[in-house]
Design a binder for this molecule. Structure first.
Ligand code: FAD
Length: 354
C-alpha cells in the first residue's frame, strides 16, 4: 500500500495498515508531520466543536473513546510516551445572551452524548464544564507514530512528493521515479486535491460522511490558523478554557512539571501563505488574557501558524473511490488530531476488506 502524506492521518493509517500485515511505503513532500499536525493545539474536544447529530459527531465520539487504548498500543509499539490528559474543558459566557446560547447548546449536546454541567467561574455570566474533553501533545504523538511505523516495517520516503497517481491506484509517480503497489491512500491534508485532479473518477464512498456514492469527491483547501505559546513557571490552568473562538490550554511535561500555555485561534482564508501575522497574534494574546488574566503581562515564547485541511464539502473525505484501488483520508479541518484513531481504523478495515 502506498500512503501519500505523513501527517497524523497518513502516519496513523500507515501504522494500522502495516499492523494488518500489508507492506506500506509512506511518502511525504517534506519531513513527516511538519504541517497541520505539527501546528495543532492538540485538543480532543467534541464539547467545543460539535452540537449536531450527524455522522461526523458520531465519528468524533468514537475516536475520542478510542484514545486511551490507541495510545497504550502506541506506547507498546514505539516505546515513546505521549502526553495525554482527560482534563476537561470550561466554556465561558460573558453576557446574558451568551449564557442563554450556552445553555441551549449544552442541551443539544447532552442529547447526542456530549455531557456538561453548570459550574461557577469568577467574572463570567455563566460557565459549563465538559468532563470528557481531553488534551494530547500532537508532536509527541506523531514522533511516536513514526517510530511505530518504522518498527512495523513501513518504508518512509521524505522530501519525495507524490506527483501523480497511476492507473486506478496501481502505483504513483514521484520526482524520483515510479512505484507500484496494491493501492494508494491520499492523506496529503490541505494539499490532497493536487493528487485528485486528473483522476478519471471523481467519486468517493461515504464511509463516514454518509455521502451518496455518486457525490463528487470534495476539494481540499487550506484554512490558516495562528497559535501563540508562553513558558509558564507554574500550572496556571488545568481544564481547557474557551470562549467563542478563543481557547487557552496548558501542557504538562511527562515529569509532571508545568508545560507551555498555548492559545488560539484564528480562521483565515490566506491560501498557503506562511507569513506570521503580528496583528492576529496580538489579537489572540488580548483575547486569551481575558480568559486567563496572568497572560496579559507575559511575553509569548513562540508564535506559529498552520493550514487546517478543510474541504468544500464541509466533511472529511474518508473512504474508497469506487472501482479503483484509491482511498482518501483528508479534510479533517479543525479535528484531525481528534479523528486520527478512528480514521486509521476505518481505512485499515476498508483496505483489508479488499
Ligand atoms: P497534515 O498534518 O497537514 O499532513 C499532510 C502531509 O501531507 C504533510 O506532511 C505534507 O507535507 C504532505 N504532503 C502534501 N502534499 C504531498 C504530496 N504531493 N506527496 C506527499 N506528501 C504530501 N485538530 C484537533 O483535533 N485538535 C486541535 O486542537 C487542533 N488545533 C489546530 C490548530 C491549528 C492552528 C491548526 C492549523 C490545526 C489544528 N487542528 C486541530 C487540525 C489538525 O491539525 C488537522 O486536522 C490534522 O493535523 C490534519 O492531519 P493531516 O495528516 O491530514 O494533514
Amino acid at each position: 500500500m502506498i500512503v501519500a502524506g505523513g501527517g497524523i492521518i497518513g502516519l496513523a493509517c500507515a501504522w494500522r495498515l502495516a499492523r494488518s500485515g500489508l507492506p506500506v511505503t509512506l511518502f511525504d513532500a517534506r519531513e513527516l508531520a511538519a504541517e497541520a499536525s505539527w501546528a495543532a493545539a492538540g485538543m480532543l474536544a467534541p464539547g467545543g466543536e460539535m452540537d449536531e447529530d450527524n455522522p461526523l459527531t458520531a465519528m468524533a465520539l468514537r475516536s475520542l473513546a478510542q484514545y486511551p487504548e490507541f495510545l497504550r498500543e502506541l506506547l507498546e509499539a514505539s516505546g515513546a510516551a505521549v502526553e495525554y490528559r482527560r482534563c476537561g474543558a470550561v466554556t465561558l459566557a460573558f453576557t446574558e445572551d451568551e449564557a442563554a446560547a450556552l445553555e441551549e447548546k449544552a442541551a443539544r449536546q447532552t442529547a447526542i452524548g456530549i455531557p456538561s454541567e453548570t459550574i461557577a467561574h469568577a467574572g463570567a455570566a455563566a460557565a459549563r464544564f465538559y468532563p470528557a474533553d481531553a488534551l494530547v501533545n500532537p508532536r509527541d504523538m506523531t514522533a511516536a507514530l513514526r517510530t511505530a511505523c518504522v518498527r512495523s516495517g513501513v518504508v518512509i520516503r521524505e522530501y519525495e512528493p507524490v506527483l501523480e497517481i497511476l492507473g486506478a491506484g496501481a502505483g504513483i509517480r514521484t520526482s524520483r521515479g515510479e512505484y507500484r503497489g496494491e493501492g494508494v491512500l491520499i492523506a496529503s491534508g490541505a494539499w490532497s486535491s493536487g493528487l485528485v485532479t486528473g483522476l478519471v473518477t471523481g467519486l468517493v464512498t461515504g464511509l463516514v460522511t454518509g455521502l451518496d456514492p455518486k457525490t463528487v469527491l470534495p476539494a481540499s483547501l487550506p484554512i490558516r490558523g495562528h497559535l501563540i505559546a508562553w513558558q509558564a513557571p507554574t500550572m496556571l490552568l488545568d481544564p481547557i478554557l474557551r470562549h467563542a473562538d478563543t481557547y487557552v490550554l496548558q501542557r504538562q511535561c511527562r515529569s509532571g512539571r508545568p508545560g507551555r500555555v498555548i492559545a488560539g485561534g484564528s480562521t483565515e482564508y490566506a491560501g498557503f501563505d506562511r507569513t506570521l501575522d503580528e496583528r492576529i497574534c496580538a489579537d489572540i494574546h488580548a483575547r486569551a488574557a481575558r480568559l486567563l488574566p496572568a497572560l496579559a503581562a507575559m511575553g509569548p515564547a513562540e508564535r506559529w501558524n498552520g493550514f487546517r485541511p478543510a474541504t468544500d464539502g464541509d466533511t472529511p473525505a474518508i473512504g474508497r473511490i469506487p472501482f479503483t484501488s484509491i482511498w482518501t483520508a483528508f479534510g479533517h479541518y479543525r479535528n484531525g488530531i481528534l479523528l486520527a484513531p478512528e480514521t486509521a481504523r476505518m481505512i485499515a478495515e476498508s483496505v483489508t476488506a479488499g
